[in-house]
Structure formats: C-alpha cells, structure tokens
Design a protein around this ligand. Structure first.
Ligand SMILES: C[S@@+](CC[C@H](N)C(=O)[O-])C[C@H]1O[C@@H](n2cnc3c(N)ncnc32)[C@H](O)[C@@H]1O
Length: 348
C-alpha cells in the first residue's frame, strides 16, 4: 500500500526514525519533506496521528505515469480511476513536486476540478467538502488518494492550505495558527501575554481570536499591518501596567521581557505565548518569570530554538525543565517551525 508522507525537513532523519518505530516502509519517491512510501501497515494515517515529527501519512489508491504531451489528460484519467464517490462534495488538493512542468498546483486544482465537475463530480466551494481528494505529482508520476474529511485524524494540521493567499503580519503567524489547530485549543480567551511579539503576527492572531493581548518586545510592532487586519494596537506608557490598561486588541510593552515582567500587575492570564526564539534554558528562565501571572490550569505555547540539529536531546531537556511548574501536554515540530519545536504546556 502506498502512502503520501509529509515529514519535518529540518529534522528529517529523526522524522524517519520516528516513523520506523511504528511501521516498516520503503521510500519509493521523495522530494524535500514529501515522501511516497510503500508499507504493509494498515490504517497508517490513524497510527501516525499523534507523532511529533511526521505531519501526516495519507493513503494513496492510484498511481501512474503522466505523459509530457498529454499531461493534464493523464492526471484527469488517474483522478477518475481513484473511484471517488460522485455523490459527496469534494475538494481537490494538488502537491506539484515536478518542478520542471509549467503548471502550478493551484492551476491544476482549478482546471482538473472544472473538468471533473463536467464529468458529474460535485465540487462546490461554498459547501463544506465531504471528501478531500489529493494528488501528488512527482518524477512524472501522479499519485492519487482521497479521504472523507470526517475521517481525517485529529489533531491534524491541514497541510494543503494555501498560506500565501492569506494576509499575514509575519510568517511566524503560521506557527501560532498551526499550534491552535494541532493542539485543538478552542473556546479559550481572556488575557494573553505574548513574549517576543515583534513584528506582531502572534499578537494579531491572538487578538483576532478574542484575547486582550499584552505584547512584550523591545522591537517594533508593524502597527500598519496589524490595523489592516482590523486589530487595535496601543503602546503602553511608563510605570505599572494593570488590568485597566488593557485594550480590546494589543497593548505593546516596548521592553525586554525581564524588565516588562517587573511592570506588570495583572492576574488571571489564560495564555502565555512565547516566540522569542531562544534556546531551552533561556526560554525556561523567561517563562518562569511570567508564570506568576498565569492562572492555575492556564496554557502556554512556546517555541524553543534547537541550537543543534539533535532534536531528541533538546526535547528531553525541555521536558525535564518545564515539568517542574507545568504539565507537558504536547511537544511538536509544526510544519511552519524551522530549527525549533513547539511546546504546549499547562500551569500546575
Ligand atoms: C521570531 S521573532 C517573533 C515573531 C513574532 N512571534 C511574530 O509572530 O511576528 C522573535 C522576537 O523576539 C524578540 N526577543 C528576543 N529576546 C527578547 C527578550 N529578551 N525580550 C523581549 N523580546 C525579545 C525579538 O526582538 C524578536 O522580535
């Protein structure tokens, strides 16, 4: 059985080790962090849902060569061969790893989608899709798979999202968005403290989710981009910062985290976010200073920089340090993480 696997590119070796621990497989095609693997494992997509480095493993049902002269026709034929139920609404997702072809993934999704519609398949963008149909183009071959959206393993970061079409204050914003998806954080709001907030991607995301954000960074926040997202932003004056100073949006405390902590007089913070992008020990030190503001049971999403590429060592160190004051809920390399991982913890 073939599967499409998407693994961390920076920690590629560890990703493959992690995958090997739960199943035997052979790589039959690869491009960066996308792999086509052959395995006897049944339901691999469910088994891999909780892994830390493998983002997803999805079944592939059909594959075949694509011809240069009839490129799109061969893809359409394979998509039809994949036997997707015509009755349910479907969404097409393409991963184009054939760098030498002139078609973009987006073009192929739109064109092939239109042609499938003419053949009687339901592709209605205004309705929730019932089935996700994905096709990967690699080495002049096309691999097709599909899955009912309801059967997608949770937690699941949708890898097919076209992030470039979104308006972002910073690329880092993807990390916090993926953390909320991956860790299934829902329905929480209140006050959030965002450490290392500039230029403001995380703060903006949190404010849009309904948090009153205290953004701590001695650097500058991109006020224009934040306001364009419809979020209010204000810079804190000197002296104490109490609950009454908070705004429905972002309050920027333009100071280093150690100094800012001394000025805060707030209680009942429900979320600590930290994307200062520093090593494990320094992150722990900074977070310990701020955990006094966090309610018991309050959550923290923390990016930890790995100064070497040996991830297990950094992960073990983080578990040891943070276990003192926090319950470790998950540790995960998210698709938007570079040489870093994301820690999701809860105050004891
Ligand atoms: C990767 S950027 C954060 C990006 C941000 N999360 C976003 O979404 O736009 C790291 C930020 O951490 C800040 N930083 C690093 N050490 C800091 C410290 N000790 N106190 C305050 N900010 C710090 C840097 O100034 C930098 O703006």
């Amino acid at each position: 059985m073939l599967y499409l696997a998407f693994v961390s590119s920076i920690f590629r070796k560890s990703s493959l080790e992690e995958l090997r621990k739960i199943m035997k497989f052979k790589i039959v095609g690869e491009f960066n962090n996308f792999l086509v693997i052959d395995s006897r494992s049944k339901n691999a997509h469910v088994k891999t849902a909780g892994l830390a480095l493998v983002y997803f493993v999805l079944p592939l049902y059909v594959n075949g060569s694509v011809s240069k002269d009839a490129y799109r026709e061969s893809i359409l034929r394979l998509l039809c061969d994949a036997a997707v139920d015509k009755g349910g609404n479907m969404k097409l997702e393409c991963i184009n790893l054939n760098s030498k072809t002139v078609y973009s993934a987006k073009d192929l999704e739109v064109w092939e989608g239109r042609r499938l519609e003419k053949l009687g398949y339901a592709i209605d963008m205004e309705k929730e899709p019932v089935t996700l149909v994905y096709f990967a183009l690699l080495d002049m071959k096309c691999y097709v798979g599909h899955m009912k959206v309801a059967d997608m393993p949770r937690p699941f970061v949708n890898p097919f999202r076209h992030y470039h079409t979104q308006r972002l204050v910073s690329r880092s914003e993807l990390k916090i968005e993926q953390a909320f998806d991956e860790f299934a954080i829902d329905g929480v709001s209140g006050v959030a403290i965002d450490l290392g907030a500039a230029p403001g991607g995380w703060s903006c995301y949190l404010a849009r989710r309904g948090y009153d954000v205290i953004a701590v960074d001695n650097g500058k926040l991109d006020a224009k981009a934040i306001r364009e997202c419809g979020v209010k932003i204000k810079t804190a004056k000197g002296g104490r910062i109490g609950t009454g100073d908070l705004v429905r949006g972002i309050l920027h405390v333009k100071e280093r985290s150690a100094q800012a902590a001394g000025r805060l007089k707030v209680r009942g913070v429900s979320l600590l976010a930290d994307d200062m992008n520093i090593d494990c020990s320094s992150t722990y030190k900074a977070l310990s200073r701020y955990s006094q503001f966090l309610d018991s049971g309050g959550l923290a999403i923390v990016t930890i920089k790995c100064i070497t590429k040996y991830l297990p060592g950094h992960a073990r160190k983080a578990r040891k340090l943070f276990s003192a004051g926090f319950r470790i809920r998950r540790m995960r390399v998210l698709p938007a993480n570079r040489q870093e991982f994301t820690l999701f913890i809860e105050k004891k």
